[in-house]
Write a protein that binds this ligand. Structure first.
Ligand code: PLP
Length: 475
């Protein structure tokens, strides 16, 4: 064994051999040396366990592969074939071409981020989107922060520290990833006062809970779950009238928020931002990267005096957004202003895609895959905490072959493809596959199926409706 250990190459020798194998001569040598050390440690362990010594060329190859892997970017573009449009784990909203162009233009140079061009004096980064957001939502003023969680945190810190916040018991929810409304309240120094019961909360419950220390009423869109059956939540306009009668504020956390109605696409009506403003909410918060279809951001719209209070709060700086986010968001909002959101914003293109179009796309893909795939009906979901339990009819490419193994091969492909398994088949839902990704997707499927050996098609049969509503509650 000592002999085997002694015969292993020195770190530098191995690193040099590996560097010679690498196609990219610019790969940092330090990475190759590190990879050589790790490969040798592995070889010693293998020998210590009674194994044989790997050949020098095997060691060099393992080192080169390890070094190359270490230099690859961790973040990769992925083809989303899950049918979940706002997939939090896959990066939520894909950005529009216009948003990306604006981010590129602003990000690669300098910009008037905090600069008044007319006077040549210092300006505010907050002014850029205010007019546009007000026009689109009907609000008096607006503020953009890092995300909706930050928006809620800032609002509660600025308006409710050391005071009470009334919230319906049914709305004291966990949004996902451990983000719980009661915890955020506690962190901001506010006291949560639960109102009503889990399933029913009335106007009179809010009125009865108002006391000396009450700062505001908070409505939280329950986003990722649905109360059904014997339920009642107080309408926002009624909450506003209770709040305002007592000289209090109404804060509405819309979660996703939307500027366009969802009902025309066979979905329940997701509350829109203008509806919340006109119902009397003093501040409304929502995400930039959910149904709005833009970059990650938290949007706060509402009464001018409150927005300016939030802007001057010390936390605002810690939660502010950078110039590229503002640029992407502005371009996204402009699509709404011009009435081009359905065509321009990927999230809305997907929501509004008619099933016939998805069928045609699935058919086109299957034609290229031959007997290895077939078109099947399925149901896609919105995700992102919008419209829980709601699905839209769609079409998927069902692949023949062992579903779990195929799913893994596709996930590990370049680019990775993520589908979903139903009835022992891997389904690739066309609703969330971008049109320009189709050719790549075909190539990935062919590669994955070939790497597993061609299998005889087993026909996909299903007696129940397929949907993915159970899987994507964590937002
Ligand atoms: C998604 C969501 C949040 C968190 O928004 P982020 O933009 O992810 O920070 C907060 N509240 C509700 C109701 C949500 O749906």
């Amino acid at each position: 064994m000592t002999e085997l250990f002694r015969n292993l190459p020195a770190v530098d020798t191995l690193a040099q051999a590996a560097q010679a194998l690498l196609a990219d001569p610019t790969l940092p040598h330090a990475l190759v040396v590190e990879a050589a050390r790790a490969t040798l440690a592995e070889a010693r362990q293998h020998i210590a366990q009674g194994g044989s010594a790997p050949s020098p060329s095997a060691l060099a190859q393992a080192t080169a592969a390890r070094a190359w892997q270490a230099a690859q970017p961790s973040l990769q573009p992925v083809i989303n074939a899950t049918g979940v449009i706002i997939h939090t784990n896959l990066g939520r909203a894909p950005l529009s071409t216009a948003a990306m162009a604006a981010m590129q233009a602003i990000g690669t140079g300098y910009a008037n981020l905090e600069y008044e061009l007319e006077s040549g004096t210092r300006g505010s980064r907050y002014q850029h989107l205010t007019t546009l957001l007000c026009r689109l939502t009907g609000a008096e003023s607006a503020l953009v922060v890092n995300n909706n969680a930050a928006a809620i945190y800032l609002a509660l810190n600025a308006l409710a520290t050391n005071r009470e916040v009334l919230i319906s018991r049914g709305q004291a929810v966990e949004i996902g990833g451990g983000f719980r409304i009661p915890d955020v309240l506690r962190q901001s120094g506010a006291t949560l006062v639960e109102v009503g019961t889990t399933n029913r909360t009335y106007m009179r419950d809010y009125a009865a809970a108002i006391g000396e220390r009450t700062a505001l009423l908070l409505r939280v869109h329950t986003s990722n779950f649905r109360l059904a059956g014997f339920v009642h939540e107080t309408a926002l306009a009624d909450m506003a009238s209770v709040a305002h009668q007592h000289g209090l504020l109404l804060l509405d956390d819309l979660g996703s928020g939307t500027l366009l109605p969802t009902a025309p696409y066979g979905l329940a009506a997701e509350p829109t931002v203008p509806e919340s403003i006109s119902a009397g909410a003093d501040l409304v918060t929502f995400s930039g990267d959910k149904l709005l279809g833009g970059p990650q951001a938290g949007l706060i719209v509402g009464r001018a005096a409150l927005v300016s209070q939030l802007r001057s709060h010390p936390l605002a700086r810690a939660l502010r957004v950078d110039k590229t986010t503002l640029a992407g968001l502005e371009a996204t909002l402009l699509a709404y202003l011009y009435g081009r959101a359905l065509e321009e914003i990927p999230v809305w293109r997907m929501i509004s895609a008619p099933p016939e179009e998805l069928y045609a796309r699935a058919t086109r893909l299957v034609a290229q895959l031959g007997a290895a795939a077939e078109v099947v009906p399925c149901e896609s979901a919105i995700g992102g905490g919008a419209l829980p339990g709601q699905t839209q009819p769609s079409f998927a490419v069902a692949l023949s072959g062992p579903a779990t193994a195929l799913a893994q091969r596709l996930r590990l492909g370049k680019p990775p493809v993520v589908g979903r398994i139903a009835h022992n088949h891997l389904l690739l839902d066309m609703r969330t596959v971008l049109a320009e990704q189709e050719a790549t997707l075909v190539a990935s499927i062919v590669a994955a199926q070939q790497s597993l050996g061609t299998t005889r098609p087993e026909h996909y049969t299903s007696t129940t409706t397929l949907n993915n509503r159970e899987e994507h509650y964590d937002e």
